[in-house]
Design a protein around this ligand. Structure first.
Ligand code: COA
Length: 208
């Protein structure tokens, strides 16, 4: 994983010798196959198409979020999380491919984010990919990269994710990315008019 050098430098400057990172701006990252970049307004249309209405159901039926109300909401989301400070709502990235340097920008395939937990040093992880990009190991690659960022740059201690019991693909991602299952949180998610169970997964810095 590499970060945009100037961003990394400014983060390192702020983080040396500190505990949990406060005042840490989001940075872009790359992995072998992916760009994990900051949202830009030009991305709103693609994100909207993958998550809105009936067409977005493969994605949104597995999330607490029911998808955007309209394109303006997605545009506002992109604007809000561009360069956002971690403790001001979390870090949210888009997942794209890694185009040849002469081709730009990356093809946007999904999103991943870290939201601050109820204590400093903790974060909740959430993610989704457009259905066309499933089952190629992309999300596992993205989760591994974001966890490295969370532990090594944000200096977090624990990352937690909750997964609908009916979503074995997401549990497989977390298991492959080094998370441990901590049990079932009963009737903890309200989706489509009913309370459903979630599996809680967590990875600690000391698990690395
Ligand atoms: C969950 C999701 C992110 C997975 O992304 P992905 O890039 O397809 O994941 P990966 O390819 O890295 O890994 C998926 C794993 O799940 C496994 N899997 C897929 N469907 C499965 C199923 N029905 N039962 C069990 N395992 C399943 C795959 O075999 C793969 O494991 P493997 O590599 O050991 O074979 C994607 O399906 C998605 O965005 N779903 C909708 C939104 C969502 O569920 N978000 C997470 C909410 S907690």
């Amino acid at each position: 994983m590499t970060m945009v050098a100037s961003d990394m430098l400014s983060d390192m400057t702020r983080l040396v010798g500190t505990g949990p990172a406060v005042g840490t701006a989001a940075v872009s990252m790359t992995t072998q196959r992916l760009t994990i970049g900051l949202p830009a307004e030009r991305d709103a249309g693609v994100l909207f198409a993958m998550t809105y209405g009936q067409g977005g159901l493969p994605v949104t039926s597995k999330l607490l979020w029911n998808g955007p109300i309209d394109l303006d909401e997605t545009r506002a989301w992109c604007a809000k999380y561009r360069d956002n400070d971690f403790y001001d709502g979390g870090h949210h990235w888009l997942i794209g491919d890694r185009p040849h340097p002469m081709q730009a920008p990356p093809l946007v395939m999904g999103a991943i984010g870290l939201t601050p937990g109820n204590q400093a040093g903790m974060a909740y992880l959430g993610y989704w990919l457009g259905a066309a990009y499933w089952s190629r190991g992309f999300m596992t690659e993205a989760v591994v990269a974001v966890c490295s960022h969370a532990f090594d740059v944000l200096n977090l201690h624990r990352i937690e994710a909750s997964v609908f019991l009916s979503n074995p693909a997401s549990s497989a991602v977390l298991r492959k990315a080094g998370f441990s299952s901590e049990g079932v949180r009963r009737a903890s998610a309200y989706k489509y008019g009913e309370w459903i169970d979630e599996l809680v997964w967590a990875r600690l810095r000391t698990d690395q």
